[in-house]
Design a protein around this ligand. Structure first.
Ligand SMILES: [Zn+2]
Length: 354
């Protein structure tokens, strides 16, 4: 049987390639043991495309970084509050990552294409061209001006995480904490509401992964689009602040939205971050989501190149191992097709209206 392509809700490959200390100078076009995604490994693993995030890390001189800020507690972990980004710095950094994606498209000689519509995405999946959605993880680079979104839309942006796990002009993200409810702070600001309306007007997906619970409900009450969490898991199974409560899942179901299952071990399990995490742990999250939101509203959102993933997956070339685990758990061809990419295509068509 022809391999069914997997479309994926989140990767941090642009950042990994951009920062020498992360990517160590690897090329996207050559097989590497560094990082999680490059073109040869994507082909081997059957990756058809995904959301390519432009994520801006805090600058070194503000004293915060992901590694040092995470504190192990008696029964989990917590992160110090992440300082806000200077919009000017955020704009400069995000622009470099956008350029990075356009450079990949150019250098790929037709193997990677930035897609702007569901039809373009389907065409890529059919022709085995790696489809890339330009996604911002945090809207700091817009400054406090929601109307700036239109410029980025023109440049190909089709998905926007209103926040990463820090506050900005629009909303508050959840700090990384376990165990914790996602209800960690205030909801959307006035410009935050304006930004959601702007997303609706242009047809930009407003991603709800990383937003706190009040912000989630504010978006849910306002948006005309399906509710989408590109890379989040089930709070009932792993009490991380980044995961979704049953009430949130119900709202996603009722809006005909989608949840992309995150492979990050910290969101799959609460007891540490060992890569020695059986695939069954990920399958349990899939099972729970399918039970609660339905087989038509679950996809993948790997967090490749941005998180530690189970060793049995390892990197994108290990995606077939997940397929094997899901088959063993009773998912048939029809179910796999939906999880692999059909659900993503459907929700993107409804969101983008093209
Ligand atoms: Zn993320």
């Amino acid at each position: 049987m022809d391999q069914v392509s997997v479309f994926d809700g989140h990767n941090d490959t642009l950042l990994n390639l951009h920062l020498p200390e992360r990517g160590e100078g690897r090329s996207f076009f050559e097989w590497s043991d560094l990082g999680h995604i490059d073109l040869p490994r994507a082909r081997k693993g059957g990756l058809g495309g995904g959301f390519f995030a432009c994520y801006t890390p805090n600058p070194e001189d503000d004293g915060w970084n992901e590694e040092s800020a995470l504190r192990v507690t008696e029964n989990g972990y917590e992160a110090a509050e992440v300082p806000r980004l200077d919009p000017e710095y955020a704009r400069g950094f995000a622009d470099e990552l956008v350029d990075g994606l356009y450079r990949l498209q150019e250098e790929s000689a037709g193997s990677l294409r930035i897609v702007r519509s569901a039809s373009e995405l389907e065409e890529c999946l059919r022709e085995r061209v790696l489809a890339a959605i330009l996604h911002f993880e945090g809207a700091e680079n817009l400054g406090p001006y929601p109307h700036a979104l239109e410029n980025y839309y023109e440049a190909g942006l089709r998905s926007l995480g209103i926040v990463w796990s820090r506050p900005n002009a629009y909303a508050d993200g959840v700090p990384f904490t376990f165990p914790s409810s996602p209800d960690t702070g205030p909801g959307l600001t006035d410009v935050g509401r304006e930004l959601v309306r702007e997303c609706n007007r242009l047809g930009v997906l407003a991603d709800l992964s990383h937003i706190n619970e009040k912000g989630f409900w504010d978006v849910a009450g306002l948006t005309e689009a399906p509710l989408v969490a590109t890379h989040s898991n089930v709070h009932a199974l792993c009490h991380a602040s980044r995961n979704l409560t049953d009430r949130q899942l119900n709202a996603i179901r009722d809006s005909d939205g989608i949840v992309g299952v995150n492979f990050a071990v910290t969101f799959l399990r609460g007891d540490g971050e060992s890569e020695d995490t059986p695939l069954e742990t990920a399958v349990r999250h899939v099972d729970y989501l399918v039970e609660r939101v339905g087989i038509d509203r679950v996809g993948f959102g790997s967090d490749f190149d941005g998180a530690k993933v189970p060793a049995k997956i390892g990197d994108v070339s290990g995606l077939p191992n997940l397929l094997t685990a899901l088959r063993a758990a009773g998912y048939d061809d029809a179910a796999w097709g939906k999880l692999a990419h059909e659900n993503w295509v459907k929700v993107l068509r409804a969101t983008w209206q093209e």
